[in-house]
Design a protein around this ligand. Structure first.
Ligand code: DGL
Length: 253
């Protein structure tokens, strides 16, 4: 069973692609809605929450992990796999598959992400490994606003405010380096226009999941979610994205 982890509903943008790409995989999702958002938290808190989240998933049957939370990717750079007694190669995180698809990309790249991700420097360093310098911009409040089901107008305002100083015409690609941000795709599109490539890493991650976990994770195609705090917006998002699944969400204390 594949365990997918995020602070809240952001990882659902990855889960939906994983289900499309690998429909026979069984998925158990953990959204740490009680502690969301993660993006302004310091590294030691993120490390603790990551370990708890992954432990939850492994005790609920996960034998492979997708960390659908960019903000904890630096935590995963430490070999958590050893701590969790998972087979080698069984943890996939967001940064590697995202950066790998830019190996042959010519042009200027902007990463938009949480403060934690931008500060960690993990994307900037990963891009250096393929010989590229990128710019990175935090969009504070956006993941939190999405998590509480904010209106489109509010999301537009947050994105517009964060990208206000962005030099016009400089970037050929903008990477959504937070799994919540695809749920504000329209707001980004309005601000950056139609000519810039807007990249949702979920597809590259889903391709990696299939390449790495097939056929070992072939199952019955089940999907269930656990959340650590009650969240009507989370439940609504699951109903919207996974209409085929009944009663998918369980609250755990
Ligand atoms: N969706 C997560 C990420 O990709 C966390 C966002 C948050 O909780 O602030 O970074």
């Amino acid at each position: 069973m594949i365990g997918i982890f995020d602070s809240g509903m952001g990882g659902l943008s990855v889960a939906v692609k994983v289900r499309e790409t690998f429909p026979s995989a069984d998925i158990v999702y953990f959204g740490d809605t009680k502690n969301a958002p993660y993006g302004e938290r310091p590294p030691h808190e993120l490390a603790e929450l990551t370990v708890k989240g992954l432990r939850f998933l492994t005790t609920h049957g996960a034998t492979s992990i997708v960390s659908a939370c960019n903000s904890v990717s630096t935590t995963l750079a430490v070999s958590l796999v050893d701590t969790f007694d998972l087979p080698p190669g069984s943890v996939i995180e967001m940064v590697g598959p995202t950066v790998a698809q830019f190996r042959r990309f010519e042009g200027e790249i902007l990463l938009v992400a949480t403060t934690a991700t931008v500060r960690s420097g993990i994307y900037q360093n990963a891009f250096r490994m393929i010989g590229k310098e990128i710019d990175a911009l935090p969009v504070p409040q956006l993941a939190g606003a999405i998590e509480r089901g904010a209106s489109e107008d509010e999301l537009d305002g947050i994105v517009r405010g964060a990208l206000a100083g962005m030099p016009e015409g400089k970037y050929q690609a903008v990477i959504l380096g937070c799994t919540h941000y695809p749920f504000a795709l329209g707001s980004f599109r309005k601000v950056i226009g139609d000519d810039v490539l807007l990249v949702d890493p979920a597809e590259a991650v889903a391709d990696r999941v299939l390449a790495r976990f097939w056929p070992r994770e072939v199952g019955e195609g089940t999907f269930r979610c656990f959340i650590s705090g009650e969240s009507a917006p989370f439940r609504a998002k699951v109903r919207l994205l996974f209409p085929e699944v009944q009663d998918a969400v369980t609250l755990v204390e």
